[in-house]
Ligand binder design. Structure first.
Ligand SMILES: *Cc1c(COP(=O)(O)O)cnc(C)c1O
Length: 372
């Protein structure tokens, strides 16, 4: 089965991991800071490495002070964790609908959902295409809310020439193997705001602090916990992999851009199909290539592609369809654009090592299925 996403791991990556394993540090050693600095150069803002993208979201919401009584406005067109981690902190999640074409959070829908309780607005750069940050920034500022970017798909994308990482108050990344780069499990939080980043760092490290102590005279061993935190550290061994992967980030991007352009060209004239759009002010590194299958044929096409050995995927089931939200009273029909998008969406294989002939096979198979 041709997968929809896959990691690229080289001998250099393995050497970097092996050298971390031979060192004195397996976790929280020098490679964590090196990786955070390497990431910061890409993100355009200082970063804290964490154990996965879900932990990054949990950490970002905690740093934003999200808690009971707060509302967090987000998109339903995402992996459930974008919403679930805010719910876990006791906040009420408010789903705003997406734009009909990009499937990114619609700033007008966000504006309409703002209340006096709105604490954070969390956008997702769906498929790697940055959300409408200038408009979202205006809404967030007028609501006095923290703007969060779930950039699990979009590291190395830019918006109006600015890198993902600088567009929100807090930006989260995931380095799961299918994503644009990998540390096996891994993630990060970026923020241009030193206070938010420090809060994220403390939350990631079990809440332990060694300065501004309430009882500083206790002794040199002394530390305190002022706010609850979790152990969301990313080990040195995985940070070594991350830094090694980051060296190939521009090659990863170039290949994904080329594969996207090939899909765009090869599928342009196929009836019954709608291709993803790209705003002219963004330069995305696409994580997904999401097509829409028209005429109610999504399930049939999905099953026939899978039967032909092409590992397509559906991204995403609207987050509030999950029983955990259904049981809280969230109902189908809330976000019609997201539901219409979901009903037609299929993600075609897109990864660094996807060869032109394999991509041609995907295109020919899809053409065949749609033409019959
Ligand atoms: C993958 C992903 C996450 C979660 O990342 P993990 O590393 O798998 O925990 C969160 N949000 C989005 C949009 C994702 O695609």
């Amino acid at each position: 089965m041709l997968p929809y996403g896959r990691q690229n791991v080289t001998d250099d990556d393995m050497a970097a991991v092996a050298s971390a394993l031979r060192s004195d540090w397996l976790t929280t050693g020098p490679r964590v800071e090196l990786f955070e600095n390497d990431l910061a150069r890409v993100a355009g803002a200082p970063c804290v490495a964490v154990s996965n993208g879900t932990a990054a979201l949990h950490t970002a919401y905690a740093a934003a002070g999200v808690g009971p009584g707060d509302e967090v406005i987000t998109t339903p067109m995402t992996f459930y964790a974008t919403a679930g981690t805010a719910s876990q902190l006791g906040a009420t999640v408010v789903f705003a609908d997406v734009q009909e074409d990009t499937a990114n959070l619609d700033p007008f829908a966000v504006q309409a959902a703002v209340t006096a309780r709105t604490r954070a607005i969390a956008a997702v750069d769906y498929a790697g295409h940055p959300a409408e940050y200038d408009e979202l920034r205006k809404v967030a500022d007028s609501a006095e809310a923290v703007l969060i970017a779930d950039a699990a798909h979009s590291i190395a994308s830019t918006y109006r020439g600015r890198p993902v990482g600088t567009l929100a108050d807090l930006t989260t990344f995931s380095f799961f193997p299918t994503k644009n780069l990998t540390t096996a499990e891994g993630g990060a939080v970026a923020s241009p705001d030193p206070a938010l980043l420090q809060r994220a760092r403390t939350f990631r490290s079990v809440g332990v602090v060694r300065d501004n102590l309430r009882r500083p005279d206790e002794g040199p061993w002394f530390h305190e916990v002022h706010e609850f935190g979790l152990n969301y550290r990313l080990p040195d061994v995985l940070c070594a992999l991350g830094s090694s992967q980051l060296r190939r980030l521009s090659a990863f991007k170039a290949r994904r851009v080329a594969l996207t352009a090939r899909y765009d060209a090869l599928l342009a004239d196929v009836p019954g199909l709608r291709l993803p759009v790209t705003r002219d002010y963004v330069d995305p590194m696409r994580h997904l290539y999401p097509v829409r299958i028209l005429d109610g044929r999504r399930r049939e096409v999905f099953e026939r592609l899978r039967a032909a050995g092409i590992g397509v995927q559906v991204n995403y089931i609207p987050a509030y369809w999950h029983p955990v939200y259904e049981d809280l009273g969230y109902r189908r029909g809330m976000c019609p654009n997201a539901e219409a998008f979901y009903a037609e969406e299929i993600s075609l294989p897109l990864f660094y090592d996807l060869s032109d002939p394999d991509q041609d096979r995907v295109v020919e198979t899809l053409r065949g299925v749609l033409g019959s």
